[in-house]
Design a protein around this ligand. Structure first.
Ligand code: CA
Ligand code: CA
Length: 417
């Protein structure tokens, strides 16, 4: 009985399929691989086999556990997320053997037979058939969504390919109008690449947007109505087709995270290259806006239809309240109560608070439109008029934050050479 079990386990180790599966999860094990390729004598090698089985167990992966699919974890790394959607999209429309039990429930679902197709990284297509019915379809995407963020076993974190601004193509977030007001609906454009820095062979991208939970209105329940996305019709990622690009957006209001997957409907050629806007996020601002509203991106993976990744530089953008932020609204005054001149300016900028407001400036801060603090000036004594020197700043558009004893005023100013 015991010996039979060992024999069975050995056969499993020696089988091509097991080898492939083990390689898939532990690609850095050349010694183990060469051991698999050797013909062993059963008696001599039992100890070795037990040792390997124990090691597998220590890694949370016994041979039997490895022949299971966790529905939705398409790349079999222990977590269901937007990267699994990219893998699913690459395998979509393929067919293969169905599982003994057809189910998308979040539990280990045994595989009786592997598929003849593999992803370019060696992973078997069986993992992309989330419900186990023998076909990779939109039903399997529904299961990814149902099981989103579930985890099993030991999670091997997904690999991301973050580039550097100025060196690699950018994933650009850009607030259409950086000045906003409480309760307003704001648009943030999403561009993949910019003119002169294109992206080549686009199949799909997964990324995360981080946002400030204080300033973006919570969506009730699980709907995303206060943080939504819409494609630009016939953008460059559609290529020669129309509406070739699809998306999934997962918004977690409590943690200020929006995870997104954008992928093409078909993995076949030709796949497009290009740059520019592909869509826009629409976000609804809170009734009270506190300071600058920042949106940033990270955890980016952009792939072609061979699963090859391209480094992409992340970016961020910000929104600021248009008129003023006051500790108490009773001090609210019209926007013409603050004069900033000349605008555009070159060397010096004058800030003047009209006498009727009775407000005096204490601090002035200058931010880029993406929210980076570029300079600050502190008044030795609160004053109704202040002059600040700009000559150290690069030319461009800036947000001026003027802190007074009657509240905070935001103004957009330009510095020109
Ligand atoms: Ca996964
Ligand atoms: Ca299926």
């Amino acid at each position: 009985m015991y010996k039979n079990d060992i024999k069975k386990q050995m056969d499993m180790f020696a089988s091509e399929k097991y080898k492939k599966m083990y390689l898939m999860r532990h690609a850095g094990w050349p010694i183990f691989v060469s051991a698999l390729q050797t013909k062993w004598s059963l008696k001599r090698e039992i100890t070795k086999i037990l040792g390997i089985a124990t090691l597998g167990f220590l890694l949370g992966l016994t041979p039997l556990q490895a022949q299971e699919v966790w529905p939705g974890d398409v790349n079999n790394n222990g977590i269901v997320n937007n990267i699994d959607i990219l893998y699913w999209a690459l395998a979509k429309d393929s067919v293969g053997p169905a599982r003994p039990v057809i189910s998308g429930d979040w539990s280990a679902q045994p595989i009786s037979e592997f598929w003849s197709q593999d992803f370019p990284d060696g992973l078997n297509f069986a993992f992309a058939d989330c419900d186990g019915d023998g076909a990779i379809t939109d039903d399997d995407l529904t299961i990814i969504k149902n099981n989103y963020h579930q985890v099993h076993g030991i999670v091997s974190p997904d690999e991301y390919f973050l580039g550097n601004a100025g060196e690699d193509p950018v994933l650009l977030l850009n607030a259409t109008d950086p000045l906003t007001e409480p309760g307003a609906e704001e648009e943030v454009t999403l561009s993949l690449g910019v003119e002169g820095d294109s992206i080549y062979n686009f199949f799909g991208i997964a990324f995360t947007v981080h946002f400030d939970t204080d300033n973006i209105k919570d969506s009730p329940g699980s709907s995303n109505q206060n943080f939504s996305f819409e494609f630009t019709p016939d953008s460059w990622i559609d290529g020669q087709g129309t509406q070739m690009a699809k998306e999934y957006l997962y918004v977690d209001d409590d943690n200020g995270i929006a995870e997104m997957a954008i992928y093409r409907k078909s993995a076949g050629d030709p796949i497009p290259s290009g740059a520019g806007a592909v869509g826009k996020f629409t976000i609804v601002m809170e009734d009270i806006i506190v300071g600058l509203v920042q949106l940033g991106t990270d955890s980016i993976r952009l792939i072609d239809n061979q699963l090859e990744s391209t480094k992409i530089a992340p970016s961020n953008t910000s929104l600021a309240e248009d008129s003023l932020l006051l500790d108490s609204r009773e001090y609210e005054v019209g926007s013409d109560e603050v004069m900033v001149y000349p605008n555009p300016a070159t060397d010096w900028l004058t800030i003047e608070l009209r006498p009727a407001t009775g407000a005096k400036a204490r601090n002035v801060e200058m931010y880029t439109l993406s929210g980076q603090l570029m300079g600050s000036w502190k008044a030795s004594r609160p004053a109704a008029k202040a002059k600040i020197k700009l000559s150290a700043l690069p030319q461009g558009l800036y947000l001026l934050k003027i802190e007074t004893d009657k509240g905070i005023f935001m103004r957009k100013v330009a510095r020109v050479p």
